[in-house]
Design a protein around this ligand. Structure first.
Ligand code: TYD
Length: 215
């Protein structure tokens, strides 16, 4: 979907587990508000009452029987609800929507990670998102070795996907790099192995430059 100039902007944050997206977004949000950007933040899976319930199911480590097909449809259902209930109305109201993960996570994790058909994922995604595409995708790149180590040290409970093998996480990262290379006009890659404050400075610079170009 092409967003007209008077509409808001849709910026997504992507990265392997432990890339620090969530920390970076937490620091970025108040700064963007201070700069006067009409921002709001949301996340996937989740972001709506329905989506958060789906998230709990998706992250439940006891649900080892979940099929790969069911997993995709659950992520997509959460996304469909978020787009319809939250993102599209916010864009209509002129907001900048910052989203912690979006459909590129499905291509990276379920497509490249699990080896499912990218064509099938594209069809499901078109339906779920009403063709809403991000204006900008900030990709926080980190090796799975560093990412998983950070995740383990963070003390956060591990979700179903964190428990996947190193080989799975390597495929996810390769997937992200392929996705970024295929659409260079939408993606900006940031080295997320740097300290938090340095990554934050890079992100602020990127968004400021991008925001100025839009005016
Ligand atoms: P979350 O706890 O939000 O992790 P992170 O802070 O790394 O985003 O968990 C989201 C998990 O769900 C993460 O392991 C990636 C996975 N995921 C998919 O596999 N497919 C998807 O479409 C999405 C949105 C997430």
């Amino acid at each position: 979907m092409k967003i007209p100039a008077d509409r808001g902007r849709f910026v997504t944050f992507e990265g392997p587990d432990g890339s620090g997206k969530t920390t970076q977004l937490r620091l970025l949000y108040p700064w963007l508000v201070e700069q006067g950007y009409p921002v709001i933040v949301t996340r996937e899976p989740g972001g709506t009452v329905i989506g958060e319930q789906i998230r709990a199911l998706l992250h439940d480590c006891a649900r080892t029987e979940m099929s790969a097909q069911a997993e995709i449809l659950l992520y997509s259902a959460s996304r469909a609800q978020l787009v319809a209930e939250f993102i599209l109305p916010a864009l209509d109201a002129g907001k900048w929507v910052l989203c912690d993960r979006y459909y590129d996570s499905t291509f990276a994790y379920q497509g490249y990670g699990r080896g499912l058909s990218l064509d099938d994922l594209r069809a499901i995604t078109r339906f779920a998102t009403q063709l809403l595409k991000p204006d900008l995708t900030l990709y926080l790149d980190v090796s799975p070795e560093i990412g998983l180590q950070r995740r383990a040290q963070s003390g956060e409970a591990l979700n179903r996907l964190d428990r996947e093998t190193l080989a799975f996480h390597r495929r996810v990262r390769e997937g992200y790099l392929a996705l970024a290379a295929a659409e260079p006009e939408r993606w900006i890659t940031v080295d997320a192995s740097l300290p938090v404050s340095e990554v934050q400075a890079v992100l602020r610079q990127i968004l400021q430059t991008w925001g100025e170009k839009l005016q």
